[in-house]
Each structure stands twice: as C-alpha cells, then as structure tokens.
Ligand binder design. Structure first.
Ligand SMILES: [Zn+2]
Length: 218
C-alpha cells in the first residue's frame, strides 16, 4: 500500500490556479505535477478540467510507470512527458507545462531565448532552447523534451508552450514567471533594436552566486 498525501493534491489544486491567474496558461490547457521523493508517487492535474473547478479529489496519483494509484479522473494527456522528466532528472520534483503568450512567441519562431536579463541568468542560466515539433500527448514529445531539456530548468515547445522544472513547485513557478517576463522583454527589445546578450562568463557568475550566496543565511 503506497502512501498518498493530501498535501500534494492540495498543492496541485492551488498551483493550477496560480498558473492560470498569473497568465501562464488559459482555459484547461497546460498542466502541472509534483513528485513525492519519499514514495516516488507523482500527483498530476486531471485532463481537460478548468483550473478553478479542480478539487483535491480530482488530482490523479500515479506511480513511476504510469499506473494510477488513486483518483477517478483521467490524467493530463501530457503525463508521459511528466513521468519521463522525473525518470531522467532525479533533481526535479515539480514539472509545469505552460501556454504562456510571450514564451510561445519564440516557440512559434522556433528560436531560443538568450540570457538578456539578470534574473533570467540567475534562475535559468545561459538560454532556454526550443525543441523540435512533436504532437501533444505523444511518447515522441516526451522523448524530444528529455533530449532538449538536458540538465536545464526550462524549454520552449515549438508552436505550443513551455516546460519548466524545479526542486519544488515554487521554484518551477519562478522559472516559468522569469522565462515569460524575459520573453516579453526580448520581444519588445527586438521590436525597437538589437538586444545585447549578457556575457556567458557573467551569466555563470550570477547563476553560481544565486546557488551559493543569495538570500539570508540559514
Ligand atoms: Zn500543452
């Protein structure tokens, strides 16, 4: 008998509302999941339900092989993508898939977003790449995301949206928000001029500083 924790279901419910109300997705699109590192169980949004209507009982709980452990709803159609990321990235405990406007602009152009702002450098790094196109909900999409994401925190899905990961929901949400803000700035900057990209060595310094020295001492 595997232990299912209500706290994770509630975090999916609240997290979905935050994705929606921060403008990172629309309608029933996008999805989110969390992994409990102790049990390995994955908690994921139900398929095709409006975020504001989802309650804890609608959250689907799966094991690492995609077997449903608890929940009466069908899981998000992108459950393969979520499970594949957890399988390849032991550091990841939260996966968010957004349909955010400005991130999607660059996905539509099949272009990467470079480090043009400090918060992006600190939280994400040198760039957010764009994978190649695969149909939603497919094993091929899951495989292309694994290959293109590598060890990074975010990836653009062409003509679709973005995937952001973190060691917690809060971290993954911050990545999505900074990616979207940077995509917005990059679009505006390119509309009136040629944006200067931060030097790779400066990006490394900022990212490292964020990891080791930023914030209050514990
Ligand atoms: Zn999608």
């Amino acid at each position: 008998m595997q232990i299912v924790r209500e706290a994770y279901k509630n975090e999916i419910v609240d997290g979905g509302k935050r994705l929606l109300h921060q403008g990172l997705t629309v309608g029933t699109w996008g999805n989110l999941s969390l992994k409990d590192p102790e049990t390995g169980l994955v908690y994921i949004k139900p398929s095709g339900m409006p975020y504001d209507d989802i309650v804890a009982d609608d959250v689907v709980v799966m094991d690492e092989n995609g077997r449903i452990v608890e929940g009466k709803r069908k899981p998000s159609i992108e459950f393969r993508l979520h499970l594949a990321i957890y399988a390849h990235r032991p550091d990841v405990l939260a996966v968010l898939h957004t349909h955010a406007i400005y991130s999607s602009v660059f996905g539509t152009l099949h272009e990467e977003i470079p480090a043009i702002s400090e918060d992006f450098a600190e939280i994400i790094g040198q760039r957010v790449s764009c994978s190649h196109y695969e149909l939603p909900g497919t094993e091929a999409l899951a495989e292309s995301v694994i290959a293109a994401l590598g060890d990074e925190k975010a990836l653009l899905l062409p003509n679709h949206g973005a995937v952001c990961v973190g060691s917690s929901f809060e971290e993954a949400l911050k990545v999505c928000a900074v990616l979207e803000k940077t995509a917005h700035i990059y679009l505006l900057a390119r509309a009136i001029g040629k944006p200067e990209v931060l030097k790779p060595e400066d990006v490394d310094v900022m990212k490292n500083f964020m990891k080791t020295s930023y914030g209050q001492d514990k």
